[in-house]
Structure formats: structure tokens, C-alpha cells
Ligand binder design. Structure first.
Ligand code: SF4
Ligand code: SF4
Length: 133
């Protein structure tokens, strides 16, 4: 039986250029921020939320981060960061990151959006679809 888990086993997380879904920071969509951000990080996070809900560092025309090399810790999909923030073990990072991106892309663009198609294609989810019966 195929399931979401079967798809994820074959998928490898990567960030897709010109997506930016996780740069939509509106704190009303993330009510549990204080559970995984340190107090100074929470203050920084809130200072980055623009009036439209997008990060003030997000270039909405180029669809990329203006401060990518210097972006905050909580913007980084790295094993050490995810272990600290979410208690995720390194071997769980791939599937967890894929689910995070899917949730974020769904919330910002929709689950049938071009961004979702691009993401799933890039990470390999659609390459492992079961044969039609
Ligand atoms: S949601 Fe995922 S794919 Fe999209 S910009 Fe963020 S990390 Fe990259
Ligand atoms: S700092 Fe950059 S990567 Fe982080 S949310 Fe803002 S635009 Fe996105």
C-alpha cells in the first residue's frame, strides 16, 4: 500500500528557488512561535514581519531573500538548528523539512499551486507515484 510515507522515503528535501513561502512570516499563522524561538529570536522574528505579512527582507519581485548569507538561525534548514528548535533528530530532518515546506506552501499558495508542483517535482515526490490500477 502506498502512502505519504512511501513518497517521502524516496524524496530528498531541497529549497526551490523563487518559492519564498516560508518567508511569509505573519505571526497569526504561527501561534506557537514562542515554543521554539528564544526570546531574542522571537523579538527579531516579530521585527521582520512587514505590514503585508511577508518578511521585510524578502524581495517579492526577485522572489528571494535579500540577506540570504546573513539570514537568522530560524531561517536555516540545518540539522543543528532543527534539533534545537524542534527536537528533530538528523535522520528525521529530510522528511520533517519536506512536510514543513508542504505546509507552508499550502498555506501561502495552495496545495495545487505551481509552487507546490515545482517543490514536489524538485524533491522527487511525484517521481514515485504508484501505478494507476
Ligand atoms: S517553503 Fe521550502 S522550498 Fe519554499 S522557500 Fe521555504 S524552504 Fe524553500
Ligand atoms: S530573512 Fe530571508 S530567508 Fe528569512 S524569512 Fe526573511 S526573506 Fe526569508
Amino acid at each position: 500500500m502506498y502512502s505519504q510515507i512511501n513518497y517521502l522515503i524516496m524524496a530528498t528535501w531541497q529549497c526551490v528557488k523563487q518559492c519564498g513561502a516560508c518567508c511569509h512570516l505573519d505571526e497569526r499563522d504561527r501561534p506557537d512561535l514562542d515554543q521554539y524561538l528564544l526570546p531574542d529570536e522571537l523579538a527579531l522574528y516579530l521585527s521582520m514581519v512587514g505590514a503585508d505579512g511577508w518578511c521585510v527582507n524578502y524581495d517579492s519581485v526577485a522572489r528571494e531573500c535579500r540577506i540570504y548569507a546573513d539570514r537568522p538561525r530560524f531561517c536555516r534548514v540545518e540539522a543543528e538548528v532543527f534539533a534545537d528548535m524542534y527536537g528533530i533528530e538528523p535522520e528525521e530532518l529530510n522528511d520533517f523539512a519536506i512536510e514543513c515546506c508542504e505546509d507552508q506552501i499550502t498555506g501561502v499558495y495552495g496545495d495545487l499551486s505551481l509552487e507546490m508542483l515545482r517543490f514536489e517535482g524538485a524533491v522527487g515526490i511525484n517521481l514515485d507515484l504508484p501505478p494507476k490500477l
